[in-house]
Design a binder for this molecule. Structure first.
Ligand code: PNS
Length: 195
């Protein structure tokens, strides 16, 4: 999967040898050599969409290591695909990103983050409608683990309408899934919903 953020590499930045101390807080070139350490990017991913994959690849560009956490618990949602299937779909798509691992988890998210040495939870935000739920999760996670920071990437405009549940609805009625999920996932979804 190509990394869309690569194009930012050519963005103008002030010279790293700049001796002006006032730039040190705002210019990442003066920050620690670490690129953000490890982050977890959690979700149900039932199934993974091109919007999820966009967030994953952008987050992988920001952090040294990214662990995609696939929820393996039916507390909120009954899933079409097993955690193993959902994990495999993502693994196939991120194979080219050397700093991304995909793991299923059935514990509290903050415990999963700690087990993986992550100090950041990174999530995608599509629209205002996502905000209320994410705000609640943010406060819960912060209460349990104030040392773990949650960060949010805004979805790219072309994916701001895209959700796994919308994709499943389109698939149920035989709609075209091109541009919504990877082709292999589209095939598997059509099969699964025919059952
Ligand atoms: O909306 P999603 O994709 O189902 O999100 C799942 C998740 C785990 C990211 C979200 O529910 C969350 O942030 N939960 C925090 C509470 C928690 O740890 N739940 C246990 C999940 S196994």
């Amino acid at each position: 999967m190509s990394n869309p953020s690569d194009s930012n590499d050519s963005a103008p930045m002030s010279n790293a040898s700049d001796s002006n101390d006032s730039t040190r807080m705002s210019n990442p070139s003066h920050a620690s050599p670490s690129n953000g350490g490890t982050a977890v990017c959690p979700g149900s991913y039932d199934p993974v969409t091109l919007g999820h994959l966009d967030i994953i690849s952008r987050a992988a560009h920001v952090f040294d290591n990214l662990v995609v956490g696939v929820v393996n618990h039916h507390i909120r949602k009954k899933t079409v695909f097993t955690a193993e299937e959902r994990t495999a779909f993502i693994e196939a798509e991120v194979a080219e990103l050397g700093n991304v691992q995909v793991k299923a988890f059935d514990t509290l998210l903050v415990d999963f983050a700690r087990e993986n040495g992550a100090r950041t939870i990174v999530k995608g935000l599509r629209a205002i409608s996502d905000f209320e739920y994410e705000f609640e999760m943010n406060q819960l996670n912060r209460k349990m683990a104030p040392d773990i920071e949650s960060m949010y990437l805004m979805s790219a405009p072309e994916f701001s309408f895209l959700s796994s549940s919308g994709v499943k609805e389109v698939a149920t009625f035989g709609g075209d899934l091109t541009g919504l999920v990877p082709p292999h996932v589209a095939e598997r979804l059509k099969e699964a919903l025919r059952r």
